[in-house]
Design a protein around this ligand. Structure first.
Ligand SMILES: *[C@@H]1O[C@H](CO)[C@@H](O)[C@H](O)[C@H]1NC(C)=O
Ligand SMILES: *[C@@H]1O[C@H](CO)[C@@H](O)[C@H](O)[C@H]1NC(C)=O
Length: 158
């Protein structure tokens, strides 16, 4: 992989919905390269009434500090702009949507095998070192699922 940055996923934890889980991120980190593997299971169609609430924290001086990259995006807005720009190129062996503007994100099971997260496009938003990314799927501020990932971002030039 030819990139300026190296992203190593340390762990991924599923966030359950409360009171119910409508989307499940069944991901594992596998192999020496810490690739992402598993499925996303949608129990309903996710239209623009659902939002993705995203936030990033960086580990600095012994504590987690929020970075100014928090955002809320309707599902359709996410698939129209952020998904094609930052995620689509990583999902090579996957049945995730292949084109921009996919909406709703349909009920069903989506697999992703041995995914190396391409970081070139979004490394600028994170800090070198340990980052914690939270992705929560909400509607009317009620949590329906999500994940928390911790990853280490390293500069490749050494
Ligand atoms: C990776 O995920 C795919 C799709 O869910 C699954 O078939 C495969 O067994 C997984 N591989 C490992 C090593 O967990
Ligand atoms: C959801 O929470 C955000 C942030 O706490 C708040 O600004 C917003 O008004 C809330 N929206 C609803 C529909 O309760």
């Amino acid at each position: 992989v030819d990139a300026a940055y190296d992203l190593r996923i340390e762990r991924l934890n599923k966030v359950e919905g409360d009171p119910e889980t409508l989307i499940e991120f069944n991901w594992r980190v596998i192999g020496r390269e810490h690739l992402l593997n598993g499925t996303i299971v949608n129990h309903v169609d996710f239209d623009d009434t659902f939002e993705i609430v995203a936030s990033v924290e960086a580990f600095m001086n012994g504590e987690w500090k929020p970075l100014a990259i928090n955002g809320r995006f309707g599902i359709c807005a996410f698939f129209d702009s952020l998904y094609p720009k930052y995620f689509l190129s990583s999902f090579k062996d996957s049945n995730m949507p292949k084109s921009r503007g996919t909406c709703p994100f349909k009920k069903g099971e989506y697999y992703m095998r041995n995914i190396y997260m391409q970081t070139e496009n979004w490394a600028a938003y994170a800090r070198m070192g340990r980052n914690k990314m939270k992705f929560i799927i909400m509607k009317n501020n009620i949590t329906y699922g999500g994940f928390i990932g911790v990853a280490i971002l390293k500069d490749r030039t050494f």
